[in-house]
Design a protein around this ligand. Structure first.
Ligand code: NAP
Length: 242
């Protein structure tokens, strides 16, 4: 049996899977990051126009299996994927990467949103933000006793009391150690991404006794099959395709 596949991506695992896809599979990206031009499958970029738009695209393209390998914090597209699969009567399989777990020596504090985060940071002076672009919208609200470092995909000019670093993972442990040392980081802010490629910062925080403020994971919809590991999803895909 063969299956025409639509793979929703934007993560390292999704790109890894896209590299193994057939020419009739479609790899879909929102268009915020780099668009690969060396894949064996087709690539499309940009939103579909909500769940209905996605369901329309699925029908139009004769898609038979939807794979959701988007980031655990990309809750909108995952909700759309589950709904669109339901509307079109096709299966949706998802990679639901497990979150990181605090271990010995960790001081992790979970918050629900930006307001909770600001409150949690009040006692610190040198926060290092590693949760994307959201802090950039708040650069005019930096408390007088703080200097921020924001690490996101693209660098920007520094503003008073903030440095904006552009970088994309994977991040090496030694580089993370050097960054914390250079910045004098006294608190780390992160999503609970669960990816090995961004995990070294947590080890450095543990080594230095630096607290970590984590943005709580959003709820994601249940879909027909969920996998914690990419290789398990790949195995199931191989079995479906024979
Ligand atoms: P989101 O809030 O869940 O989605 C916003 C909208 O972007 C969706 O409604 C959809 O537009 C479009 N979209 C998202 N992913 C898409 C995809 N793979 N293909 C086509 N359209 C897509 O997502 P987000 O948090 O902004 O993340 C955007 C992308 O970046 C995702 O693909 C995600 O995997 C990747 N990413 C996100 C994070 C993160 O922390 N959120 C981190 C790393 C990578 P329409 O409704 O118009 O279809």
């Amino acid at each position: 049996m063969s299956s025409r596949i639509l793979l929703l991506g934007g993560t390292t695992e999704a790109l890894r899977l896209a590299r193994r896809m057939n020419p009739d599979a479609i790899y879909s990206l929102a268009g915020l990051g780099r668009v690969p031009d060396d894949l064996p499958c087709q690539v499309r970029v940009g939103g579909f126009g909500g769940a209905e738009g996605l369901a329309g695209y699925i029908r139009e393209q004769g898609i038979e299996l939807l794979l959701d390998l988007t980031h655990p914090y990309a809750a909108q597209i995952s909700a759309n994927a589950a709904r669109a699969a339901e509307l079109s009567g096709i299966a949706c399989w998802a990679l639901r990467r497990p979150g990181w777990q605090a271990g010995e020596g960790d001081d992790w504090r979970e918050v629900d949103d930006w307001a909770g985060l600001v409150k949690a940071l009040n006692d610190f002076q040198r926060p290092l933000f590693t949760l994307g672009r959201e802090p950039l919208e708040h650069l005019h609200e930096i408390p007088l006793h703080q200097h921020w470092t924001v690490r996101c995909l693209t660098a920007q000019q520094a503003v008073p009391r903030a440095e904006i670093i552009g970088a994309r993972g994977p991040f090496a442990l030694d580089e993370e150690r050097a960054l914390f040392a250079r910045l004098g980081t006294d608190v780390l802010i992160s999503k609970n991404g669960g990816s090995a490629s961004t995990e070294p910062k947590l080890q450095v925080a543990r080594e230095l006794g630096v607290p970590v403020v984590l943005l709580r994971r959003p709820e994601l919809p249940a879909v027909e099959r969920e996998f914690a590991q990419l290789e398990d999803l790949w195995g199931a895909l191989q079995r479906r395709l024979v």
